[in-house]
Design a protein around this ligand. Sequence first.
Ligand SMILES: NC(=O)c1ccc[n+]([C@@H]2O[C@H](COP(=O)([O-])OP(=O)(O)OC[C@H]3O[C@@H](n4cnc5c(N)ncnc54)[C@H](O)[C@@H]3O)[C@@H](O)[C@H]2O)c1
Length: 336
Amino acid sequence: MCQENEKKCEGILSVENESEVMEASEGIKKIAVVGAGTIGTSWATLFAAKGYKVNLHDIKKEYLEQAFQTVEKNLKLLKENGLVNENITSTLNRIFLTTDLSLAVKDADYVQESVCERFEVKKVLFAQMDSICSEDVILASSSSGLLMSDIQKFTRNPERCIIAHPFNPPHLIPLVELVPGKKTSKNTMEVAYRFYLRVGRIPLKVKKEVPGYIANRLCAALWREAIDLVCRDVASVRDVDLAICAGPGLRWVLMGPHLIYHLGGGKGGIEEFVKHLGPAFETWWSSMSSWTSIPPLAVKKIVEGIKEEIGENSLDELYKWRDEKLLSILKTISGA
Ligand SMILES: NC(=O)c1ccc[n+]([C@@H]2O[C@H](COP(=O)([O-])OP(=O)(O)OC[C@H]3O[C@@H](n4cnc5c(N)ncnc54)[C@H](O)[C@@H]3O)[C@@H](O)[C@H]2O)c1
């Protein structure tokens, strides 16, 4: 899988010090996952399943115990779907739980920070991790939209700090957006790129840092309109969700908006599409809302609407359903 991914990405990569980059990414054996919430737990699942040793850190023992149970559940699902062969106990034995940050990061070859999305917390943590880890260890943040240029200012080795933004749950969804800060080195970008390929992810190099990077900006634009449609009583929460899942969402598994509209333009492709439907889009854009904080009435409506959409299903049931369906989709599109 890793080799296949690397092959697909040949050409995108132009590395000057190729052998150094290969050596550095191959030298990664132990990963510190700092923050054992939704994302940290999922990263720990992926890294352990791929054969790495994992130091999983959080501020409270009970969070770690909860995370460990979730990793076990995740691994069971991966095993049931033939994605891991090893027995689960052996995989779990590679995970070391600790509330001591120093113990978590001091012998790690790579750090995947996954604490809450608060700049004040991340900047202190990066300063601490930077002072403990040896200088060649990459410090990657799972942040959903913060800028690494702001965080790395608090480190003495800013060149080894990078954003590696996953999509939830990262042990299933392959995208990882790599976003450098102003002081991130090219080498850090390349080693991180190779590393995520090695764990079967699809890393993407963002050229310029912007809040929310690529995918979350696109999601944010869509979500504002989805909320607005509910708020203006155009449709229910359930129907707005259905309008995505039963329609464009099915194409989005295969293609992004540009390629979709290229195919929608007939023989003239995207150029024809712009000529033909561009004016219609302009009318829609001009009728759309541009608020930048969610109206309180909208919050009330979407909270009520989601209750209606999920009915009696518990969160645990929904997670299980989501992960099983995601696995089927991933199997289908990878042709496995
Ligand atoms: N949830 C998502 O859908 C999603 C998707 C992609 C990226 N992210 C990003 O991943 C990161 C983690 O998000 P999450 O959803 O897992 O959050 P979460 O709240 O589920 O988990 C965060 C964990 O970090 C721990 N923590 C807080 N401060 C800490 C510290 N100083 N040291 C160690 N642990 C600490 C908390 O106890 C908690 O267990 C955020 O930056 C978020 O933006 C989230």
